[in-house]
Design a protein around this ligand. Structure first.
Ligand code: ZN
Ligand code: ZN
Length: 451
């Protein structure tokens, strides 16, 4: 996931509920067990942070998860799903519940980013064999936190198995950041591998750690994250000696024209529907005295409104092909790894708000703006219903407009994917409680969309 903490929309504080937040004795037990597991969750998080693994290489991470789930005595622990995916099934033994199944999801992969978080558990891992590498590897998106929190929630929920009127599916998903383009992986690959055929979830819940005040829960009705697709533009010319460019075709200026032209795409779609097109990697095969045959541009297209995606893709393709033609080169445009937007349907948000407020405190549950990040948890939420929230983990406060600003004397606001991204350990217990309360409330019929 990538996202922008300075969200595009103004933020409105959530209305404080006038009714007391409903509770029952199991909630107190969930909280007690979450507190009990908090130190272990932090230890797991630090271990995972020290040993990050890139998308589709989450072998050690999966082993740690599966070992823990097996030790809890879950009904099923399935491994090797779509690569290194792990699914644990916990069947509650309490009566009632109408056969509901809550799927809780954590993503497990890390990023090719240097770790400058400043902690003594910072990663020094380098993946020498990864396609395109070697890469330094770190949990610059915080998936170490997600994995540890869901492992903690597994402990908590297993501890109240006799009071769970339904089934919990613990989903540890690899390759959220996108596998190498020659491989498949991620949420859709887990669905296609049959991970949710039996039992079929009746809701899915996920969250992401984010540069937001510690312990705050942000949510958005509608698209929390945008639609995303990876773009690869291969510009092909004709290789020639660097001293005689006129005897060949140089694809480099064509690549430059495409990069510059992308800035005009924004003016071709409504300014009221945010879109970004980013080229984050340029791959060239020439050298100082050789005009190479090809230049490949790798990037990402994000649209806040999914229906804009087809149009932006067409326009980018046209721009690339015609810009290349102007220089005598050709362009091939490929779109890979499409991910639908994370959509929080209003009835699910309304149903979940009492739970979120009970866990975080009503004053810490706030509506956030949309971002152009993505998260392929959307594949689960779109199929099974449910919702996705943001969990604040940084030294921040909200200003008068509800926007996060750095807390005085703190470590500042650092976006996910930045080498200095950090997450406060002490907040992780809130994530454990969110998972546990959401699952329990859904199973007992208190967290269900109306209608
Ligand atoms: Zn990310
Ligand atoms: Zn992420």
């Amino acid at each position: 996931m990538t996202h922008d903490p300075a969200a595009t929309d103004p933020v409105r504080p959530a209305p404080i509920p006038t009714d007391p937040v409903p509770t029952d004795p199991v909630h107190a037990e969930l909280d007690r067990l979450a507190e009990k597991t908090a130190a272990q969750v932090i230890a797991w998080r630090r271990h995972l942070h020290r040993h990050p693994e890139l998308s589709n290489r989450e072998e050690g991470t999966a082993r740690l998860i599966a070992g823990h789930l097996r030790a809890l005595g879950l009904d099923e622990v399935r491994t090797g799903i779509a690569g290194h995916g792990v699914v644990g099934v916990l069947r509650g033994t309490a009566a009632g519940g109408d056969g509901r199944v809550a799927a809780l999801r954590a993503d497990t992969d890390a990023l090719p980013v240097r770790d400058l978080c400043g902690e003594d558990f910072a990663s020094r891992v380098v993946d020498a064999d990864y396609p395109g590498g070697p890469f330094p590897v770190s949990h610059a998106c915080g998936h170490d936190c997600h994995t540890a929190m869901l492992m903690g929630a597994a402990t908590v929920l297993a501890g109240v198995r006799d009071r769970l009127p339904g089934t919990v599916v613990l989903v540890f998903q690899p390759a959220e950041e996108g596998p190498p383009v020659t491989e498949t992986g991620g949420a859709l690959a887990m669905v296609e591998a049959g991970a949710f055929v039996d039992p079929v979830p009746t809701m899915a819940f996920g969250m992401h750690v984010t540069p937001y005040p510690k312990g705050y829960v942000g949510y958005r009705v509608g698209n929390q994250y945008g639609a995303s697709v990876l773009v690869r533009i291969t510009l092909t010319g004709r290789q020639v000696h660097g001293s005689t460019p006129w005897q060949g075709v140089d694809p480099m200026p064509a690549a430059g024209a495409v990069l510059t032209g992308i800035g005009q795409l924004y003016r071709q779609v409504s300014a009221f529907d945010p879109v970004t097109v980013t080229i984050g990697h340029v791959e060239d095969v020439g050298r100082f005295n050789i005009i190479g045959e090809t230049v490949t541009l790798w990037g990402t297209v994000r649209c806040a409104v999914e229906s804009d995606m087809a149009e932006v893709r067409d326009r980018l393709r046209r721009l690339a092909e015609h810009s290349a033609a102007a220089y005598g080169a050709t362009a091939e445009v490929d779109y890979l790894q499409p991910v639908p937007p994370v959509h929080n349907a209003e009835p699910w948000v309304t149903a979940a708000l009492p739970t979120l407020r009970r866990v975080a405190g009503a004053e810490r549950v706030t509506e956030t703006g949309a971002t152009l990040g993505y998260d392929d948890v959307s594949e689960f939420i779109a199929r099974f219903g449910g919702l996705y929230v943001m969990l604040g983990v940084q030294d921040a406060v909200l200003d008068a407009d509800g926007m996060p600003v750095p807390e005085e004397g703190g470590r500042g606001l650092v976006t996910n994917h930045h080498p200095r991204f950090y997450a406060d350990d002490d907040t992780l217990v809130t994530g454990v409680r969110l998972h546990a309360h959401v699952a329990y409330d859904h199973l007992r019929g208190a967290l269900l969309p109306a209608g």
